[in-house]
Each structure stands twice: as structure tokens, then as C-alpha cells.
Design a protein around this ligand. Structure first.
Ligand code: PBG
Length: 330
């Protein structure tokens, strides 16, 4: 690999000028690589701040037009929708997940009607925004039961597809759910709805601000270690992805993001499929705080996103997406 040596070879030569650095640049970041998550809230004319995530808001449906317009204008291909469900609508079964008039369903209908196919919509399949205990599935003796949960998830997925969702994203980590969802969608003639599986989702400490944003933080008593992956493991990620591909996943997500670049690279090298990364809420809030406190400068955001590309990610879900898409244009 090394074709010369110092002093005849000086790697700093190509780094000397901006034009030269650009010439040998190996990776690139564009708006098309970004997915923008949007938090939803009930009511009218609301844009509510989220204490744990400065710069991010919960929007009522009537405010979505403004934000989606901006997302499209800045060439971001897809948004991901997350509801903040009022406690009065949560129960231990997460029944609200199957309500055609829940926040996510209403938002999907609104966006599709107004913006047609000028933007992709992705929505999570999991019960945690709707359960009083904050877990992603049904509980029996304090344990999330797999197969019974799958029976609900397939219905949740179908309803979202019927509303017009383009990309169904199971984020629950139940075994076998991708295959069951694919089958159920196909049976109901939704062959063209994509599945983006959160195939590799770790039981992470970086989800705190998100749980605050969707209001599941206070309700969640324990952790999610008996269904989300153990962060000490790497090879297990290949087994998770292999299974989900067999079951029909079109794309897979690795989550969290930056501390897991090794996993992104490994999965990409192994399977050569679209691998997406989720720069999660904890990563966002830490970087944001670092910038606000002047510990790091704003360039750190682009650096963090570029690292995902370097690791092999096709796209990144990031709360910075809109700000960065604006910046990439200028
Ligand atoms: C829940 C879900 C979580 C996130 C996305 N979907 C949290 C969790 O598993 O508890 C986290 C996203 C983030 O932290 O930004 N199914």
C-alpha cells in the first residue's frame, strides 16, 4: 500500500491548500443523506420547546406545513414522525397505537395530502409512545412478551401504511417482527411500502432526551435490556441484520450512531445493503451543549455527520438535519 517514503513522500503536500484538500476528499455529505425527525403534539398552533433538546420542538399538525416546506426546500428526502401522546391516551396495552386518528396517523395523512410524493415519510412501529409503562411491547409479569407484541405491531404497521406512510420502521426489537410485518403488508397489497428495520438497536443510555420529548421517560421504570441489544456485543449485530434481511427488510438502521461507527462499518462491509445510522437524542444534546458552552465549535456537527458517511452509512437520521441542510447550500 505505501508507495514511497519520507522525505520524497510528504503526505502534507496534498493538504496544503483548500483546493487540493477538496480534490482528494474521499467522502461527501449532502442534504440527500439526511433524515429529519419531527415530534408531534396534540392541539392547534403549537410549537413547543423541549427542555432536554434545545433547538428542537414538538409541532401540532397545523404547524407541520411550515416545517415540511422547509425540509423539502432544503432537499432532505425524508422525515421521521414521533408522537408525544398525552398520558390520558396511554394504557398498558398501548391501544392508541391502533387508532387511525392518533397523532402519527393524522400527520401522515396531512403530509401526504399536501405534499404528495415530494417527501418520504417514515414512522416507527413500536408501542412505547402509547404504553403507560413506556415499554415497546406488551408486558406480562414485567417481561415484554414477544409474539403477542408482534400481533399488535403488524396491525400498527398496516394502519400506518394505509394512511400513506412510505417507510415502516420497526424500532421495537421483537424477534420475527420484520417477516410478520412484510407478510401482513403484502397480504393487504402494500407491496411497495418499504421496511426500514432498526435491526441493530442497542439498549443505550443515549436515548434520554428522546424519552423526555415523547413523554415516556417518567413512565419507564426499568430499562430495555431484555429486548434491545447489549452494548458490549458486536458480532451479534450481524446475526440481527442477517435475520432481518431474510425476513424482508429493505434497509437497516444502526442505533445509536457515533459511538457505534464500528458496527456501521462492519454491517456495511458484510451485507452491502443500505445501512442507515441514527444520531440519537443524547448525541444531539451533548454536541449542542458543547457548542453553546463554547467547548467545541459548530463545525463539530458536520464532522460528526461526515464520520457516519466515512463509516459507510447511506443516510443519517439527525436532529441537526435541517440546520445542516441549510448550511450545505450556502
Ligand atoms: C422507541 C424509540 C427510541 C428512539 C427512537 N425510537 C427510544 C427507545 O428505544 O427508548 C430513540 C431516539 C433518540 O434517542 O433520538 N421505540
Amino acid at each position: 500500500m505505501i508507495t514511497g517514503k519520507y522525505p520524497s513522500l510528504r503526505l502534507r503536500r496534498t493538504r496544503k491548500y483548500d483546493w487540493s484538500r477538496r480534490l482528494v476528499q474521499e467522502n461527501n455529505l449532502s442534504s440527500s443523506d439526511l433524515i429529519y425527525p419531527i415530534f408531534l403534539i396534540e392541539g392547534k398552533n403549537r410549537k413547543q420547546t423541549i427542555k432536554s433538546m434545545p433547538g428542537i420542538y414538538r409541532y401540532s399538525i397545523d404547524q407541520l406545513g411550515i416545517i415540511i416546506n422547509s425540509v423539502i426546500k432544503h432537499k432532505i428526502p425524508m422525515v421521521a414522525l414521533f408522537p408525544s401522546t398525552p398520558n390520558s391516551k396511554k394504557d398498558k396495552f398501548g391501544k392508541e397505537a391502533l387508532n387511525e386518528n392518533n397523532l402519527v396517523c393524522k400527520a401522515i395523512r396531512f403530509i401526504k395530502k399536501r405534499f404528495k410524493n415530494n417527501i418520504g415519510i417514515m414512522s416507527d412501529v413500536a408501542l412505547d409512545p402509547y404504553t403507560s409503562h413506556g415499554h415497546d411491547g406488551l408486558l406480562k409479569k414485567n417481561y415484554v412478551i414477544n409474539d403477542e407484541t408482534n400481533d399488535v405491531l403488524i396491525k400498527q404497521a398496516l394502519i400506518q401504511a394505509q394512511m400513506g406512510c412510505d417507510v415502516i420502521a420497526p424500532s421495537d426489537m421483537m424477534d420475527g417482527r420484520v417477516g410478520k410485518i412484510r407478510k401482513y403488508l403484502d397480504k393487504n397489497k402494500y407491496h411497495d411500502v418499504q421496511i426500514l428495520s432498526y435491526a441493530v438497536k442497542y439498549a443505550s443510555n443515549f436515548y434520554g432526551p428522546f424519552r423526555d420529548a415523547v413523554g415516556s421517560k417518567k413512565s419507564l421504570k426499568s430499562n430495555k435490556k431484555n429486548y434491545q441489544m447489549d452494548f458490549t456485543n458486536s458480532n451479534e449485530s450481524l446475526r440481527e441484520v442477517a435475520l432481518d434481511i431474510k425476513e424482508g427488510a429493505d434497509m437497516v438502521m444502526i442505533k445509536p450512531g457515533m459511538p457505534y461507527l464500528d458496527i456501521i462499518q462492519k454491517v456495511k462491509e458484510h451485507f452491502k445493503i443500505p445501512v442507515l445510522a441514527y444520531q440519537v437524542s443524547g448525541e444531539y444534546s451533548l454536541i449542542k451543549k458543547g457548542i453553546r458552552d463554547k467547548l467545541i465549535n459548530e463545525e463539530a456537527i458536520i464532522e460528526s455527520l461526515m464520520c457516519f458517511k466515512r463509516a459507510g452509512a447511506s443516510a443519517i437520521v439527525s436532529y441537526f438535519s435541517l440546520d445542516i441542510a441549510k448550511k450545505l447550500e450556502s
